[in-house]
Design a protein around this ligand. Structure first.
Ligand SMILES: [Ca+2]
Length: 490
């Protein structure tokens, strides 16, 4: 039954604005294509000191409630469409938990998610079955006030994570408000809860003037997003060319937006261009303050360049979302709030990030595993690649959109594990163990675990009151696990 549903969606789940006159649109018999889709911002524009959500909703698509029969599949791309476009597995995310950071309470979030997942034949994700959890920014259940706008953001996030990683668990962290201080506390809480994937579909207000969305104090906020071993994902903005925060942080995967259409003339079956329309456009550009991460090698910006990767965000080729509080049921959404959770889900389907690594560096190590977007622009700028797509890296779409999971995994690696004991065999906690430049600390049982690229390492263990212990030429292969026990002598 699920397979049948998925197949049906693949055929029928066509956004209502699929380019008119294309062969694909003509044969797929969905709703009429308006030449100028009407779009609204889902949240109010952020005031000073606040983040705004980056969701947009079509107002020319009539809302309808409840699970729809086969013959009236909701408009907008559904899970099977997105999995097909981005070559994602239909069963991704098993064993992973993805956190969403949003403001205010999504009162009907769980119930709305249930409708979305039932509609598309995805496994149920409920509080009862342990898949879905909603917490406040302190980790408790003292939820904030509801907000009609952010409720739409939350539904968009939940639905896109479900599409990109159908088997992942979801942790919704609700900040008391969209003020910076509350949102940063919610980010901290998401990480404290153990999430290895955090989706941040919000940003500061900005325009195309350099620094408009930034503040030098953001360098202090970066610590909240600087989480080695966690895929921290942020939307690049909906106001066209220009830089928003936290996408500007060098510690996040900044996700740009595209227009995604079926294209029978390509081997992929889809084509993508930069999202830029009268409704808005994806953000991109050169940060005024943030240092350039080592893995970024574009030459027209000495500081951090936005974006890193991208996915669909154009409301005109938007995604299907179900929202009842503040919404009228099925709707078509866009904004980089759609693309960011698609990428967060893609990371989750790709597997647990390597401990100590920065997952935003992974795509740069394997750019050929992405769909390079080469057409479109989101403004005017110098040098032009910061706002204009072309072959290879460009600002609006970064390295490209997912083509399978390979670009969202770390490169080859192996493990070195073992235990540190004293001469009587007693476990030693808090001992620093190094393999080359990689470092770990032993736990209460004296165990350590290091994940390193394949190679030959000199190892050393340091503990106060003991002699330094060294081992030379420890060979670690790709996928290998080397056990090295370390007895220390006082
Ligand atoms: Ca490109």
């Amino acid at each position: 039954m699920a397979a049948l549903t998925a197949a049906a969606v693949a055929i029928l789940g066509l956004p209502v604005t699929q380019a008119s006159g294309s062969a694909a649109a003509a044969t797929q018999g969905t709703a009429e294509t308006p030449s100028h889709p009407r779009v609204e911002q889902v949240c109010s524009s952020p005031r000073k000191g606040e983040f705004g959500c980056l969701a947009m909703r079509r107002t020319d698509v009539k809302g309808i409630k409840g699970v729809q029969p086969f013959t009236s599949t909701p408009n907008g791309w559904g899970p099977a469409d997105l999995q097909n476009a981005y070559n994602l597995p239909a069963n991704g995310g098993t064993g992973q938990t993805i956190a969403i950071v949003a403001a205010y309470d999504g009162q009907t979030a769980e119930a709305d998610l249930a409708v979305y997942r039932q509609q598309y034949g995805l496994p149920p994700c409920t509080a009862d079955n342990g898949c879905f959890r909603k917490i406040d920014q302190r980790g408790g259940t003292d939820y904030p006030e509801p907000d009609a706008g952010w409720a739409g953001e939350i539904s968009l996030d939940l639905d896109m994570l479900s599409a990109a990683a159908p088997h992942a668990h979801i942790l919704l962290v609700e900040a008391d408000s969209s003020r910076f201080v509350d949102m940063l506390a919610a980010v901290d809480q998401a990480v404290a809860q153990g999430a290895k994937f955090v989706s941040n579909s919000y940003g500061s207000g900005y325009d195309s003037s350099p620094g408009s969305g930034e503040d030098p104090v953001e360098l202090d906020w970066d610590g909240h997003y600087n989480r080695p071993g966690v895929a921290m994902v942020a939307a690049s903005g909906d106001s066209g060319y220009g830089v928003t925060y936290p996408a500007a942080s060098p510690y996040v995967t900044a996700v740009g937006g595209t227009a995604l259409t079926r294209d029978a003339g390509t081997s992929r079956g889809w084509s993508e261009t930069v999202w830029h329309s009268s409704a808005g456009g994806t953000g991109s550009g050169c940060s005024l303050y943030e240092p350039k991460p080592a893995f970024q090698t574009d030459t027209g910006c000495d500081k951090r360049t936005v974006a890193d990767v991208s996915a669909v965000a154009d409301p005109a080729t938007g995604v299907s979302v179900y929202q009842t509080y503040g919404g009228s049921g099925w709707s078509v959404f866009g904004g980089t709030s759609a693309s960011a959770p698609i990428i967060a889900g893609t990371y989750a389907s790709a597997g647990t990030p390597v401990e100590g690594s920065y997952p935003n560096s992974y795509p740069y190590a394997n750019p050929s595993a992405l769909n390079d977007v080469t057409q479109g622009f989101n403004g005017s700028c110098t040098p032009s690649y910061l706002c204009t797509a072309g072959a290879g890296y460009d600002g609006p779409t970064g390295l490209g959109t997912p083509n399978g999971l390979a670009a969202f995994r770390s490169g080859p690696h192996g493990e070195v594990v073992g235990a540190v004991t004293d001469s009587s065999g007693k476990a030693l906690a808090g001992v620093t163990v190094m393999a080359g430049d990689y470092r770990a600390t032993t736990d209460a049982q004296g165990h350590y675990s290091l994940t390193v690229p394949p190679g030959t390492y000199d190892m050393a263990a340091y503990a106060y009151g003991y002699e330094v212990r060294k081992a030379h030429g420890v060979v670690v292969g790709d996928g290998g696990k080397v056990t090295t026990e370390v007895p220390l002598v006082a």
